[in-house]
Design a protein around this ligand. Structure first.
Ligand code: HBI
Ligand code: FE
Length: 292
């Protein structure tokens, strides 16, 4: 626990939390150490991602012009972002309830943690911090097609909540927005925020022989469990953001209706119908299971 835990969790008596869970970013109260952590992470990822992330991510990052100024001030960031796609970043204390999260997305507001991890936890996160949320998610919100998908996901999330199938839709978010890969003419590229914000997972997701890399298949993915505690055992690759945006016009209700009769798949499964880009040897997770 660190001294700012209260600020993280939203139970600090001085912290005014609105009904929609937004708070002031309080940019002036970041310490030099906070900004130094951002710079360390930023330099490391910005150097790694050209040629590994999708071109739209690299371009969005460049256009946001974060420079070396440390943690971005949301007021400035929002001028650039809202001019481009009508999205805004709002600060929240940490994880917010699903309905609140989706309502923000449905209204083109991205909830971002305001706190930043400590220098001794650079590669470890329990809750999304400002580096994951802003560096990882915001560059693609500069892309008009991806920006529309995120809004559609918010609307879909609200519907899924009402139908009691949120855990299925959450898998779609996980395997696309957080851990998605894309097949491009130049090879596999990353667009998932959970990957682009993690130095080790950038290398693991693209280069390791361990994980499966499979073609995107909506129904398959709605049925596939995921890991939140470690690198993914399977990554799914889309052809382009149009694949995601096409989901926005799709009625999920018939798919949801079929789900109760169908078994779930484990994170590492490879199935007969899968389009296999790379069949993982599973070595990484097998070694962990043996050790643990
Ligand atoms: N809250 N701040 C924050 N960030 C998230 O990514 C988030 C959340 N609440 C709920 C949630 N994600 C997930 O349950 C959905 O994406 C499924
Ligand atoms: Fe995220």
């Amino acid at each position: 626990m660190d001294g700012r835990m209260g600020l993280r969790r939203g139970d600090d008596p001085d912290l005014a939390v609105a009904a929609d869970y937004t708070i002031d970013q309080g940019w002036d109260s970041y310490t030099d150490q906070d900004h130094a952590v951002w710079r360390t992470l930023f330099r490391r990822q910005a150097a790694l991602l050209p040629g590994r992330a999708v071109p739209g991510f690299v371009a969005g990052l460049a256009d946001l012009d974060f420079g070396d100024g440390g943690i971005p001030d949301f007021r400035r960031l929002n001028e650039t972002l809202s001019r481009r796609t009508g999205w805004q970043v709002v600060a929240v204390p940490g994880l917010v309830p699903d309905a609140v999260f989706f309502d923000h997305l449905a209204n083109r507001r991205f909830p971002a943690g305001r706190f930043i991890r400590r220098p001794d936890e650079l590669d470890y996160l329990e809750e999304p911090d400002v580096f994951h949320d802003v560096f990882g998610h915001v560059p693609l919100l500069m892309d008009p097609v991806f920006a529309d998908y995120m809004q559609a996901y918010g609307r879909g999330g609200l519907r899924a909540l009402g139908l009691g199938v949120l855990h299925n839709l959450a898998r779609l978010y996980w395997y696309t927005v957080e851990f998605g890969l894309m097949e491009t003419a130049e090879g596999l590229r990353i667009y998932g925020a959970g990957i682009v914000s993690s130095h080790a997972e950038v290398l693991f997701s693209l280069d390791s022989p361990s994980p499966n890399r499979l073609g995107f298949d909506l129904m398959r993915l709605l049925r596939t469990d995921y890991r939140i505690d470690d690198f993914q055992e399977t990554y799914f690759a889309i052809d382009g953001f149009e694949t995601l945006l096409a989901l926005a016009d799709l009625d999920f209700a018939p798919l949801y209706a079929r789900l109760p009769g169908l078994p779930d798949f484990a994170p590492g499964d490879v199935l007969p119908g899968d389009r296999v880009l790379h069949r993982g040897d599973g070595g990484y997770h097998a070694a962990k299971r043996k050790a643990g």
